[in-house]
Design a binder for this molecule. Structure first.
Ligand SMILES: Nc1nc2c(ncn2[C@@H]2O[C@H](COP(=O)(O)OP(=O)(O)O)[C@@H](O)[C@H]2O)c(=O)[nH]1
Ligand SMILES: Nc1ncnc2c1ncn2[C@@H]1O[C@H](COP(=O)(O)OP(=O)(O)O)[C@@H](O)[C@H]1O
Length: 195
């Protein structure tokens, strides 16, 4: 297992799907030049998604081969789809950027915490179920997909108290500001003048 160097740090954004983890992580991450480490998934890309931007989209055989090869830090099955993050991607991004972020469900967050310990800071982003439904409807997600996401809501919400930081994402600009401020407090890079 790769041992993180002094200044290396891993931020994990977690919480119920649809709460805005990806949106907040991308926006707050851009302000402090963090690099996202993407997961591999066996699901099909959605119309607005691109290989190498949202996920690495791979077929189930390629995923299984990489798994047999021990390439994944963790692998999760969610509603029949496989997701995983690779050791090599984390290590390469840490070497190049020093700090990285990932968007994972609670099981992925927990495994990274176990693997890298204190160097992992978990940001729990949440919103009420009604808010999530409204946002996903606005985005055009199907009723079926919204139902599947919400079926994991309570399970994911219960992870809030385990995380180092938690933010209710009501107004995104406020959440981005608060998250960026906390990220900066870890990095002490002086890239942000938030006060
Ligand atoms: N544990 C784990 N969870 C992941 C990984 N990649 C994605 N996820 C989570 O899997 C869940 C399902 O993702 P999906 O339905 O594809 O929707 P998405 O949130 O739009 O990508 C989301 O909570 C993701 O954050 C991974 O590599 N490991
Ligand atoms: N504070 C917010 N107010 C309104 N819409 C939001 C807010 N945060 C995120 N969204 C929207 O909600 C949807 C889900 O956000 P996303 O970041 O994909 O969630 P997650 O990564 O948690 O599944 C997206 O369409 C996003 O633009």
């Amino acid at each position: 297992m790769y041992v993180l160097k002094d200044k290396e740090i891993v931020f994990v954004f977690t919480g119920p799907t649809g709460a805005g983890r990806k949106t907040i992580a991308e926006m707050a991450g851009a302000t402090i030049h963090m690099k996202q480490v993407l997961s591999y998934t066996t699901r099909e890309p959605r119309p607005n998604e691109a290989e190498g931007r949202d996920y690495h989209f791979v077929d189930p055989d390629a995923f299984a081969a990489a798994e047999r090869n021990g390439e994944f830090v963790e692998v999760v099955d969610i509603d029949g789809v496989r997701y995983g993050v690779k050791h090599a991607d984390i290590e390469a991004a840490l070497r190049q950027y020093g700090c990285i972020y990932l968007v994972l469900n609670r099981y992925g967050a927990e495994i990274l915490k176990d693997a890298y310990g204190d160097k992992v800071k978990r940001f729990f982003i949440y919103a009420s179920p009604d808010t999530i439904v409204e946002r996903l409807k606005n985005r055009g997600d199907s009723e079926d997909r919204i139902r599947r996401y919400l079926s994991h809501y309570e399970e994911e919400l219960a992870y809030k108290s385990e995380c180092e930081h938690a933010y209710e994402n009501i107004d995104s600009s406020h959440t981005i500001y608060d998250v960026a401020k906390t990220l900066e407090s870890y990095l002490q890079r002086g890239l942000l003048d938030l006060d």
